[in-house]
Design a protein around this ligand. Structure first.
Ligand code: SAM
Length: 277
């Protein structure tokens, strides 16, 4: 391949992946939007609806990069809580002004209630961009950023309710180790959710997608980010990732139960889900 990935050692692969995301960090969001024509936003929204977090959820978003999943989680939880507050005020006309003021105050101080999200990524530059975005958007409560490797997570066992990894697992050197770590840090009853590029199941779309991936994406990478190689790596990493059924079996091998997947956009991406029971 362009990077000779088949011939480099595993350690070197990790370093190359680090360089790729270090190079693209500042332009990452712009490139995501232009390359997917904004569709990645929709896929991430669908992931969030599938998660449908209940109040008090503790989420770990691994390979969380610039925070897209974390910000969606925050918005989702906030909107649930706002709706709850509105319902409470609507159906309890007998509340005193003090009680109403207290409810608003609590909402302002703790907009996520007991819910929390931890973004973990191996790349400091990606996290730096994410932190800046969070600051700009005014998100701080219930949100933390941790540098860490998906293969060796810096968290205790049985800690999180949900583990997400979006467009991250294909970049990890040992996918099996990352899955074992996901299992370890989830509480019993916790859910694993992975959004990743997968295998297109429509022959016509598949041909168009190949053309787009190999001919257009690296060119866009060069034009927008001045970085052909990094985007060629992204395309190649997508092609090397195991198809839906094979990945499902890997998740089961890590110990997860009730594993299934949902194809989005004819399998361009898939959401795999599993439970630690
Ligand atoms: N989840 C974000 C999103 O959907 O926009 C970012 C996805 S980005 C394509 C892939 C991310 O995986 C990068 O931020 C990269 O640093 C991170 N990554 C690669 N290898 C990793 C590893 N072993 N452990 C944790 N993060 C890793």
């Amino acid at each position: 391949t362009h990077f000779g990935f088949q011939t480099v050692s595993e350690e070197e692969k990790g370093e190359k992946v680090y360089q790729v995301f270090e190079n693209v960090a500042k332009k990452y969001d712009l490139m995501n939007d232009s390359m997917s024509l904004g569709i990645h936003r929709l896929w991430k929204d669908i992931l969030m609806h599938k998660m449908n977090p209940s109040p008090g959820t503790l989420l770990l978003d691994v390979a969380g990069g610039t925070g897209d999943i974390a910000f969606r989680f925050i918005n989702y939880v906030r909107s649930i809580r706002e709706r709850q507050l509105q319902r409470k005020l609507k159906h309890h006309q007998n509340l005193s002004w003090q009680e109403i003021a207290d409810s608003y105050q609590e909402e302002a101080v703790k907009p996520l209630g007991d819910s929390q999200v931890v973004v973990c990524d191996i790349n400091k530059e990606m996290l730096k961009v994410g932190r800046q975005k969070a600051q700009h958007l005014g998100y701080s409560e219930g949100l933390s950023w941790v540098v860490g490797n998906a293969e060796e997570l810096p968290f205790d066992d049985n800690k999180f309710d949900v583990y997400t990894i979006a467009f991250g697992i294909r970049n990890v050197t040992h996918i099996d180790l990352a899955l074992q770590e996901a299992y370890r840090v989830l509480k019993p009853g916790g859910r694993f959710l992975c959004l990743e590029f997968s295998q297109v199941n429509n022959p016509l779309l598949s041909r168009l997608y190949d053309l787009y991936s190999f001919q257009i994406i690296p060119v866009l990478g060069e034009i927008i980010a001045g970085d052909w190689k990094s985007y060629q790596y992204l395309v190649e990493s997508i092609r090397r990732f195991p198809p839906q059924e094979e990945f499902k079996a890997m998740i089961e091998d890590a110990g997860f139960l009730k594993v299934d997947y949902q194809n989005l956009t004819s399998g361009i991406v898939a959401i795999h889900s599993g439970f630690k029971l």
